[in-house]
Design a protein around this ligand. Structure first.
Ligand SMILES: [Zn+2]
Length: 454
């Protein structure tokens, strides 16, 4: 999950892009190898599949070659493609930022000693330079100099790719699980969720650090947004706070239907009509980029002295006004992980009803979050199949990067066959007029995670 990708992307100075030019390496070694990849030069919202993306014969210094096993589409991949038509990038970049793979080759100058050939690793999509001041403070996720996999450095939608060592995280404990499991495919499918879950976990770690937050005083929680991130929040809350009453809502009826369908997840799935003037929540998680959910619904539905966890950030164009509530810019709270208490805020423009509200921002992950995320996914995976919850987040699957069929894993939708590799239309924001299939009324985009088995 790269929740604020679009905003950052727009303000990014392209002149400062890392110059990863494999052609330079080629002139030294004279040899290259090629791999299948989904690329874009960000001039057009439609990406391209190439069979011959060039890699040097051996990874350059500080990089590792990874054979990708699983990747998945994140909505920020689509937002970046859709929002960058005017960009000045000329070089083609491999897309995608959520994935796992196996280390195939190290460079001659391997700095991170714990990385070995054959290791199962998860990619961390945020990249900061070694001397970054936020990195030194242990908060690289807050760096303004952050670079993103799939935009500034090549991403995971390739069969093989060279990644900076910094972006590789060993999946600790993988071998033990792999030795015990009878279904390796299921294990790999689950572990591609490490990065999104790491971001979700981080929010609760930040909440727990607040002096005024006491989980014993929290009874009911509302999650705004039942997309993949909203569902991951619901599963995580159920695991760490099993006594909380969880309500979840989404404007999309298909997503509400999917949420209701998840076995053993105890959530109350409701539509907008459910909320009347009396309902208020102790804790609200904003897991949608919808502006109204962030700035109006959350304020209306929070209890006096309640906590609002600003997880997703707001979809905004540069010309849009800032989302200011009682003098507080809640997008800034989100991006820089601030915590702010708004005291006696009047929520009724034509009357008086005051509330005190705690806003807690959370943005991205740090490496420690990857470790705890791996642990939680492992703990979930070793349960009996029917009690595993995280597998429900992946609802659609494409076999191979160039596969034409999107397989439905939920049993409530259908397989869909495209007349181009399915990942191409699925990386675009949903367009009702799309003509890629005969059954264009099926919208796979609003299912939950779309997985690629490489
Ligand atoms: Zn993402």
């Amino acid at each position: 999950m790269v929740v604020t990708l679009l905003q950052q992307q727009k303000s990014y100075e392209y002149e400062h892009l890392p110059k990863i030019k494999f052609s330079e390496e080629k002139s030294i070694s004279k040899q290259t190898t090629t791999t299948m990849a989904i690329i874009s030069n960000f001039q057009n919202s439609i990406p391209t599949l190439t069979q011959e993306f060039e890699l040097p014969s051996k990874p350059i210094s500080g990089y590792c070659r990874v054979k990708l096993i699983r990747s998945q589409i994140c909505n920020s991949d689509r937002r970046v493609l859709a929002g960058t038509k005017q960009s000045t990038i000329n070089q083609s970049t491999v897309l995608g930022h959520e994935g796992i793979g196996i280390i195939e080759e190290l460079s001659n100058n391997n700095k991170q000693n714990d990385l070995k050939i054959g290791d199962l690793v998860v990619l961390g999509p945020h990249f900061v330079e070694e001397n970054d001041i936020y990195l030194k403070r242990g908060l690289p996720n807050l760096s303004c100099q952050m670079k993103h996999m799939g935009i500034h450095i090549n991403g995971v939608f390739a069969n093989k790719m060279d990644f900076p060592e910094y972006t590789l995280n060993k999946i600790i404990g993988a071998n033990e699980i792999i030795q015990q499991t009878t279904n390796l495919n299921d294990y790999y499918d689950q572990m591609v969720l490490i990065e999104p879950l790491a971001c979700v976990q981080r929010g609760y770690k930040l909440l727990e650090k607040q002096n005024n937050f006491n989980i014993k005083t929290i009874k009911n929680v509302l999650i705004l947004g039942a997309g993949p991130m909203g569902i991951i929040h619901a599963i995580h809350i159920q695991k760490i706070y099993p006594n909380l009453h969880i309500t979840i809502t989404d404007i999309d009826p298909i997503r509400r239907k999917l949420a209701k369908h998840i076995r053993n997840l105890k959530i109350n799935v409701v539509d907008e009509d459910y909320f009347n003037n009396d309902i208020e929540y102790d804790l609200i998680i904003v897991a949608t980029s919808n502006r109204k959910a962030n700035t109006i619904d959350s304020i209306r539905l929070i209890k006096n002295n309640g906590f609002i966890l600003l997880f997703s950030g707001i979809d905004m164009k540069e010309t849009d006004s800032r989302p200011i509530i009682g003098g507080i810019d809640i997008e800034t709270i989100h991006r820089y992980e601030y915590s702010v208490q708004l005291i006696n805020y009047n929520i009724k423009p034509n009357g008086i009803k005051t509330k005190s509200i705690y806003f807690i921002g959370t943005s991205g992950y740090v490496k420690e979050d990857f470790h705890t995320s791996i642990q939680e996914l492992h703990d979930d995976f070793i349960l009996d199949t029917q009690f595993r919850l995280y597998k429900n987040v992946i609802t659609s699957m494409i076999n191979k990067l160039n596969g034409y069929i999107v397989h439905d894993l939920t049993g409530i939708f259908h397989d869909i066959t495209y007349n181009v590799p399915a990942i191409i239309p699925l990386l675009q924001l949903y367009n009702e007029d799309e003509t890629y299939t005969d059954n264009s009324h099926f919208n796979v985009h609003n299912h939950l995670k779309i997985l690629i088995r490489h």
